[in-house]
Ligand binder design. Structure first.
Ligand SMILES: [Zn+2]
Length: 446
């Protein structure tokens, strides 16, 4: 009996020693203490002055007037500057850095290489999270998440699901059509930019293909498109049944459907089918905007790509559609405010790395319709809520879009007060002194 208890004692002791050794081997949690900072509450549009903030690992551990520096912590004296949540862009196409027609004739590795360049540029503009609404990005996301490259958190819809003649039918006019039944894929589909699907069975298969790849939500189209080659803005894309098939499939994966649409009929059809994120929507009238509010869906409208110069190579028809959409912004945003629609903020910039630099002016573009506090709330709190709608498909569970204890540590240190000067974000190289994502410092010029 004595020997037995001795044996047990030895076993317990060796187990304890093993646990202690493991604890010593475990990587120490990195800690960053930022002192002497004003913290922006983007929910309320208020600054808390002269605060300290402690980041442990990838989360904000503590916010208080004064926090003693833990051993080994990196200490940053903010010098009275402002901590804001990292910005979020809910409508990007990270892969799309060449003209849409040349996209089909580039090699996939060239597209991937430029995507990585754009991902880093996005992070350095202060956008720590993006929702990619169409294009092959899951591989790039994986490499970024693994730490091989720098870039934002990415939520991906992967290939946009569209109909023949619709927005993502970018096949050359004279290209031999694929046989009915879809035996052959076009160049565009082969690189994963989009997938053409007609009829409920094909839409279901296309939706399931994206979820199989690991998409976090689904994206489809219910009206013509500005950059589309064969689809005027007034037309309806996809029948109610096709849209419902996509929305139902998204729901079965416990996520949601985002729908590109400009006109009333297309938007109403998408909402009745169950879409929860309405993209663009520039030409809507009051009953449709009211319906968005009633359904509790997000209005995900962009200004960037509409107010920017037309990309080179665009036809007169594409340019005219861009003007038409831009002209709708005044009415749309006035109606959205009137009906208290949930507003997301995004850019939809595409076509060149140079053109995508306009992401820097998306916030200030909106001063025509919203206050700085409202714009910052859209870009952080609202956008984070929309991202969270991916539910169990959300790749980064945790709280985003706020600076509060327990939230994921995605932070910017801004050289000034953005509530008084939103234009600080127009020059991120100069005015964003610290950029942190997931507790890791990607830039620190202090
Ligand atoms: Zn888009």
């Amino acid at each position: 009996m004595k020997t037995f208890s001795k044996l047990i004692g030895c076993m317990v002791l060796s187990m304890l020693l093993a646990v202690a050794a493991m604890a010593q081997e475990a990587k120490p949690v990195s800690t960053v203490l930022i002192t002497n900072a004003n913290i922006l509450d983007t929910n309320k549009g208020k600054l808390a002055e002269d605060m300290s903030l402690l980041v442990e690992g990838n989360k904000i551990a503590k916010i208080a007037k004064s926090i003693p520096a833990p051993d080994g912590a990196t200490v940053i004296d903010a010098g009275g500057r402002t901590i804001t949540p990292g910005l979020i862009d809910t409508h990007v196409h990270l892969f799309w850095n060449v003209g849409e027609m040349s996209l089909m004739y580039q090699s996939p590795e060239y597209i991937a290489a430029l995507t990585l360049v754009e991902a880093k540029a996005t992070l350095m503009r202060g956008y720590t999270s993006v929702r990619d609404t169409g294009g092959p990005v899951l591989g790039v996301k994986k490499a970024i998440d693994q730490g091989y490259f720098e870039g934002p958190r990415i939520w991906a819809g992967e290939a946009g699901i569209g109909m023949t003649a619709g927005h993502v039918d970018l096949r050359p006019y004279h290209q031999r059509p694929r046989p009915f039944g879809g035996a052959e894929w076009s160049d565009l589909e082969a690189i994963g930019v989009a997938v053409l699907a007609d009829g409920v069975p094909e839409v279901l298969a296309a939706a399931r293909l994206q979820m199989r790849k690991g998409a976090h939500f689904l994206k489809t189209f219910s009206s013509g498109a500005v950059s589309g080659l064969y689809d005027p803005l007034d037309i309806g894309e996809y029948s109610f049944e096709e849209l419902k098939a996509a929305a139902d499939e998204a729901k079965r994966w416990n996520t949601y459907l985002a729908v590109h649409t400009y006109n009333d009929a297309g938007t109403q059809r998408a909402l009745e089918a169950g879409a929860m994120s309405i993209e663009h929507a520039h030409l809507l009238t009051e009953p449709t905007v009211k319906l968005i509010a009633e359904k509790g869906a997000y209005l995900s409208t962009q200004t960037g790509v509409y107010l920017a110069p037309a990309p080179s190579g665009w036809t007169d028809d594409q340019k005219a559609k861009q003007q038409q959409a831009a002209a709708g912004l005044d009415t749309l945003f006035a109606l959205a405010k009137k009906h208290k629609v949930k507003i997301a903020l995004g850019t939809d910039l595409a076509g060149s790395l140079e053109g995508k630099k306009l992401q820097k002016v998306e916030l200030t573009n909106r001063l025509k319709w919203f206050t700085p506090a409202e714009i910052l709330k859209h870009a952080t709190v609202n956008n984070a809520e929309l991202l969270s709608w991916s539910g169990p498909r959300n790749p980064y569970p945790g709280k985003l879009g706020v600076v509060e204890e327990g939230a994921l540590a995605d932070l910017l240190l801004v050289d000034g007060n953005p509530l008084e000067n939103l234009a600080l974000f127009e020059d991120p190289d100069k005015n964003l002194l610290v950029i942190m994502k997931d507790g890791k410092i990607y830039k620190n010029t202090l």
